[in-house]
Design a protein around this ligand. Structure first.
Ligand code: SF4
Length: 299
């Protein structure tokens, strides 16, 4: 029956919208049955894991999940309920679902950002990182970085190693660090931490504690594109000077260089559509989601 799509076990594919501390009002997606998980955390609100797994499987038809979410979203819209995110937050670990990427792509056609919250245990797998990168917002959870504590708190599947989990998280972060470099609306990215930067080798020798949090890049084709991009940012604040725990951004041509005559403002390698970004302490996935949506506003 339309609007009453349920799994074989009688569980609905979606629920909410529910208020969420990080996601505003989110419509939750049950893409796996309860309670299938790679962990059995001592604090789990859903209780002990009944089916502990480390391999990915087919659970539900992605089209059924999509139709259910679509119908729930339409009902919420009808009664004026706001939905900020469609969020993969099942009673278990969402990345165990082999169809996670396909479902994300289907859901993105509904024009509401897609989020996923994962315990990070399968991030060492290329296919999991790829599937998660299709979401607009991803939260990577980790409770401990020391093996004995991790085992005691998260009680993982015996095939999962903490070193694998941590390596997977770094690989995922790198994927997003390279996000700007690969984005078609971004050019001349200046960040010495990237191997393609002309000063990378020198920086790697001298900057032993990391490559810093400042980067510059060109947005779109002209000043108007840069302005549009900066105006569309929600997490990153537009500022005239950089230096805070929050992420800040400026268009030097229109701020720090404004006191110079226009013909001299570009003599330092800056262009009219160059922006400088100072990365703060917000979660990286939140920042990337913000950059992504703002870049989408650039023609
Ligand atoms: S990872 Fe989440 S769902 Fe799985 S056992 Fe831990 S708290 Fe529960």
């Amino acid at each position: 029956m339309r609007g009453r799509i349920v799994t074989l076990s009688g569980v609905r594919y979606s629920y909410g919208p529910v208020p969420s501390r990080r996601l505003g009002r989110s419509l939750g997606i049950n893409n796996i049955p309860a309670k299938v998980c790679s962990y059995s955390c001592i604090y789990c609100q859903v209780g002990r894991t009944t089916r502990i797994r480390s391999d990915r499987r087919f659970f539900y038809d992605p089209n059924d999940v999509f139709r259910d979410v679509k119908s729930k979203l339409a009902k919420a819209t009808e009664v004026g309920e706001r939905v900020d995110y469609l969020a993969f937050v099942p009673d278990g670990e969402p990345t165990l679902d082999v169809n996670l990427g396909r479902e994300s792509m289907l859901l993105k056609t509904l024009a509401v950002p897609v989020a996923a919250i994962t315990n990070s245990s399968l991030l060492w797998r290329d296919d999991v990182r790829e599937d998660l990168s299709r979401a607009d917002w991803v939260s990577l959870k980790i409770d401990a970085v020391r093996e004995p504590i991790w085992r005691r708190i998260n009680r993982p599947h015996k095939a999962i190693r903490l070193s694998q989990v941590l390596d997977g998280m770094l690989a995922f972060a790198k994927t997003f660090a390279e996000f700007l470099e690969a984005h078609p609306k971004v050019s001349r990215l200046a960040y010495p931490g990237l191997p393609g930067h002309p000063g990378h080798d020198v920086a790697a020798r001298q900057m032993h504690r990391g490559f810093g949090a400042l980067l510059a890049f060109n947005v779109g084709k002209d000043e108007e594109d840069a302005k549009r991009f900066v105006a569309a940012l929600k997490t990153v604040f537009h500022a005239v000077s950089l230096g805070s725990t929050e992420s800040l951004i400026c268009i030097p041509y229109l701020t720090t260089m404004l006191y110079l005559p226009p013909e001299r403002r570009t003599t330092f390698g800056l262009e009219k559509h160059t922006v400088r970004l100072s990365v703060g302490i917000e979660p990286p996935d939140k920042l990337v989601a913000d950059l992504k949506q703002a870049l989408a506003c650039v023609a």
